[in-house]
Design a protein around this ligand. Structure first.
Ligand code: PEP
Ligand code: MG
Length: 312
């Protein structure tokens, strides 16, 4: 029966009792966007713009950037929307024209939005390019910043995005942002939880260190608590809170996230059908019960087992 559900699921995302959950794709460039646009997704929840520039030594002009972003937006020009993430250069994604060299701790250094502190033009030019691409293609673009740690950062970023007529959000990747989610939501239109980095920074464990995999597990109770805090803030504010990290691609965990109040799940295209089919086979109440059980568990293994006992 499970295999049948997988084969027949064709979106849009919803629980068995009809609670809508947006299923979105993570993309890296025009090619991956065109490929993902054939999947049963309502849009793109994470366009990692830095991946377009890993081999570039010079910053591309606004016109060239607009062309690159326009390819992704055009692939979803049929009424769907695209969440564009501004440059997340630094640490595990070095971009030659943006990354600060010689940092002792690059993961804790000048990366993501922090690059705009001493180089605001870099962000301004990227926002100009996204706005131009949105105008050119007619596709709705939301824009979000990575590695946001303070409410003031969210306010400054949102001002720049809204001045260009676009919806503004921030990623929740740093525990401070999760703890202050309710205040972040006063500044922005939406939040998107990056569980890869949120896990890394909550557990103080390098996401690239395979010998720390038991710590860099999004089922860790502390990570689940921070996700739940963020989702609850979204419910109270009546604003969308999505997840775009690897956690959204795990069908069981995706249901737990929905039970916490997460409104969208963004993932690699390959995960869309397994997640969509799993969600379509469980009720929203089951998701809530699974979330409650996972949050009460003592460790990641117990959390997964508790969720599976409810969700099957
Ligand atoms: C994340 O940190 O979960 C995320 C989605 O961003 P990236 O994996 O690109 O750091
Ligand atoms: Mg991240």
């Amino acid at each position: 029966a499970e295999r049948e559900a997988l084969a027949s699921w064709s979106g849009p995302g919803a629980t068995a009792d009809g609670r809508p959950v947006k299923i979105l794709a993570n993309v890296a460039d025009g090619e991956s966007a065109r490929s993902a646009s054939g999947a049963p997704v309502e849009g793109v929840g994470l366009f990692r713009t830095e991946l377009c520039f890993l081999n570039r030594s010079e910053e591309p002009s606004v016109e060239e950037q607009a062309g690159i972003y326009g390819e992704v937006l055009a692939a979803f020009g049929d009424g769907r929307y695209v969440v564009v993430r501004t440059l997340d250069a630094g640490s595990d994604k070095p971009v030659a024209f943006a990354t600060h060299e010689g940092e002792e701790n690059p993961a804790l250094g000048v990366r993501g939005l922090r690059l705009s502190f001493d180089n605001p033009g870099l962000l301004d030019r990227q926002l100009d390019a996204v706005a131009a691409a949105a105008k050119e293609t007619g596709t709705e673009a939301w824009v979000m910043a990575p590695m946001v740690a303070t409410v003031a950062e969210a306010e400054d970023f949102a001002a720049g995005v809204r001045a260009r007529g676009l919806k503004a959000g921030v990623m929740v990747e740093v525990p401070s942002a999760a703890l202050l989610a309710h205040r972040m939501l006063e500044a922005v239109d939406f939040l998107s939880i990056g569980t890869n980095d949120l896990t890394q920074y909550t557990m103080a464990a390098d996401r690239m260190a395979s010998d720390l995999a038991h710590l860099t597990d999004p089922w860790q109770p502390a990570v689940l608590q921070l996700v739940a805090i963020t989702a609850e803030a979204g419910r109270n504010a009546g604003k969308p809170v999505g997840v775009c990290g690897e956690a959204a691609a795990d069908p069981l965990l995706a249901c737990v996230l929905v039970g916490m109040g997460i409104t969208s799940l963004s993932m690699a295209a390959a995960a869309v059908r397994p997640v969509g089919a799993k969600l379509a086979g469980v009720t929203h109440q089951q998701c809530e019960e699974a979330a409650e059980a996972a949050l009460a568990a003592a460790d990641p293994v117990a959390a997964r087992d508790a969720a599976r006992a409810v969700l099957g």
